[in-house]
Design a binder for this molecule. Structure first.
Ligand SMILES: [Zn+2]
Length: 600
């Protein structure tokens, strides 16, 4: 079939592509045998290595998530690309010529992926032009001077491919049209105004290319220069098939090797901060793209480093971002430290004022996240008063919540009692009470926000069981007579199970029951019952007795019905069969007797 890549090409690629090197771009690998490499799985994310790469046989496998395969499978998983695209990219990378089966031509209907390649080419070309304008032309001089005044060296400007977008807003369109790009394609390229397709959104700006993890330019961030930088300091590219803000980081492509080697990463405020760190030799710095640091971005970093060094602004917004990032890191099992810059408002100011040794020293003395919390809380609340202490403790509990290990939680609770001179037992009690209260609050919020569409129409079994809520002692009566299996209604079964659990855990209260319910319909049934007059007026004892009878009767009737069916369908061939049938008839009679007894 034409268009299918030949088996020989695929074999050549899997055996010649350097799988160790390629996987190494995603996670830190350690050699444990001549060609055996181990690391933390970049697919499922983990803390202890169970991911294995066999360099001899060109495959990988993970003992955690059980994914495995060739370098092609790996890249498809990591880059979320199609088989076809992955093979073509690898072919380019390894210099292997792609052959098609039966000498056929490349697949035809490949619009989406062609767009991706065309966009990458367009952005590469545009970045090269912008860079040329900045470094080589008269009109870029001003911008170059500005960049240098901000302390950016020529070397850095070239490495990060900084550029200048000409003041003439129509120049770019002319230029790209002359390279044979269609109007239709350019309109969707993210470089031009939606309403005026001949006019670019970037003009007279210092241009910072945004790279994907492979180092390809996928977007731009254009910075206004004085005196025009009062408003819209930055203009950024819109999202494209090649560019998603949430899972892209500034300069991750330049930083990833250093991150892996140092097992740590600096996450800072923006591109300028990031460049300042790189220029100081701290090449393990990245930054989110003018948005908050996201979970997706954290996941990218997780395979490369265990420690995240946070370097956000010292203003309120920066501090809020720091706190949020700490909690996110801890919830994902990463260690967080906070860089507290002194002597300047941002890394580039410090670099320019005091030099790179000073900046490096400040990074190396980044404080532990728990210490950061204590310092902040001390500034934020009057911790010499009981109210201040309570407020500070409550905020610190959020941090403890995010920790993954109970031992860590314990030691943080101890630290808290020491820091604020509180009784350790009281701190622990408050922490535990609060966790429960939080669960209840979440729960209530869930009840309030969940739509009513999951309403359950209760039958007699379920109604009877819900009635025990009015008098929880009645459940003890009920459970002497019935088990979960006796109920026919699946929701009643579920509810009985919850009630059993609560009574065995000694937490037999409405709140603990509600917090165990995951079925919205059941929750609203319970809360409706509680808020109705029925709960006050009903005699739970009578209802429970009736329910026991009803459930037992239902169960017997069920058994009887099944038995009847067997009797009706019974075929007698041998004498033994006749004996069996008599046996079944006797069982039926016994069931009839039991049902009658219940009805009395
Ligand atoms: Zn895995």
């Amino acid at each position: 079939m034409a268009g299918r890549i030949s088996k020989e090409t695929i074999d050549a690629i899997t055996s010649q592509a350097d799988i160790v090197n390629i996987v190494g771009e995603y996670t830190k690998l350690e050699r444990r045998g001549p060609n055996d490499w181990w690391g933390c799985c970049p697919i499922h994310g983990e803390k202890t290595p169970s991911f294995h790469v066999d360099g001899n046989n060109h495959f990988f496998n993970c003992f955690g998530c059980h994914k495995g395969g060739t370098v092609i499978t790996f890249l498809m998983e990591m880059e979320k690309t199609s088989f076809y695209d992955t093979v073509l990219n690898l072919a380019k990378r390894t210099g292997i010529e792609v052959k098609y089966e039966d000498g056929g031509a490349p697949q035809q209907n490949y619009v989406q992926d062609n767009t991706v390649n065309e966009l990458l080419e367009l952005y590469d070309r545009t970045a090269t032009m912008f860079s040329y304008f900045l470094l080589e032309t008269e009109q870029g001089k001003q911008a170059l001077k500005y960049a240098q005044s901000r302390g950016l060296s020529r070397e850095i400007i070239e490495k990060f491919k900084l550029g200048f977008a000409p003041a003439d807003r129509r120049w770019l369109k002319h230029f790209l049209k002359s390279k044979n790009y269609s109007d239709e394609f350019l309109a969707k390229s993210g470089l031009f105004s939606k309403n005026y397709p001949d006019v670019t959104i970037f003009s007279n700006r210092l241009m910072f290319p945004i790279f994907n993890r492979k180092g390809q330019v996928v977007a731009f961030s254009g910075r206004a220069m004085p005196p025009d930088d009062k408003e819209r300091k930055y203009i950024n590219s819109p999202e494209l098939p090649t560019y998603k803000k949430r899972d892209t980081l500034f300069y991750f492509n330049f930083a990833k090797n250093a991150i892996r080697q140092n097992n740590k990463v600096i996450v800072c405020e923006g591109n300028m901060d990031c460049i300042a760190y790189h220029q100081s030799g701290l090449e393990y710095a990245v930054a989110p793209l003018g948005t908050a640091f996201t979970e997706e971005q954290l996941k990218i970093l997780q395979g490369f480093a265990d420690t995240i060094l946070l370097s956000f602004d010292s203003d309120d917004a920066g501090q809020a971002a720091t706190k949020k990032a700490i909690l996110m890191c801890r919830r994902n099992g990463l260690t967080a430290r906070v860089i507290q810059l002194k002597g300047g408002k941002d890394p580039s100011e410090i670099l320019n004022k005091f030099g790179k040794e000073n900046l490096t020293a400040q990074v190396n003395s980044a404080i532990l996240d728990s210490d950061y919390f204590f310092i902040r809380l001390g500034e934020k609340y009057p911790v010499d008063t009981p109210e201040g202490k309570t407020k500070a403790a409550l905020e610190y509990f959020e941090y403890i919540d995010s920790l993954q290990s109970d031992i860590q939680k314990e030691s943080c609770l101890d630290q808290l009692s020491q820091a604020f001179n509180l009784k350790p037992e009281a701190v622990k009690r408050d922490f535990n009470n609060r966790s429960q209260a939080k669960e209840r609050a979440n729960f209530r919020q869930e009840i309030n926000t969940k739509p009513q569409n999951a309403k359950i129409k209760p039958d007699a079994e379920l109604r009877g069981l819900v009635a025990v809520i009015a008098d929880l002692n009645q459940f003890m009566v009920l459970r002497q007579e019935l088990t979960e299996d006796d109920f026919k209604n699946p929701i009643a079964k579920q509810f009985f199970h919850i009630l059993e659990e609560c009574s065995s855990e000694d937490s037999f209260s409405i709140n603990s029951i509600l917090s165990k319910c995951t079925n919205e319909g059941l929750v609203s049934l319970i809360t409706d019952f509680l808020s109705s007059d029925l709960a006050k007026s009903s005699d739970a004892g009578t209802i429970v007795r009736d329910t026991i009878k009803l459930v037992k009767k239902n169960k017997l009737n069920d058994q009887r019905e099944k038995l009847m069916q067997r009797i009706r369908n019974y075929q007698i061939v041998t004498d033994d069969d006749r004996k069996q049938l008599n046996n079944l008839l006797a069982q039926k009679l016994e069931l009839d007797r039991q049902v009658q007894k219940l009805q009395k």
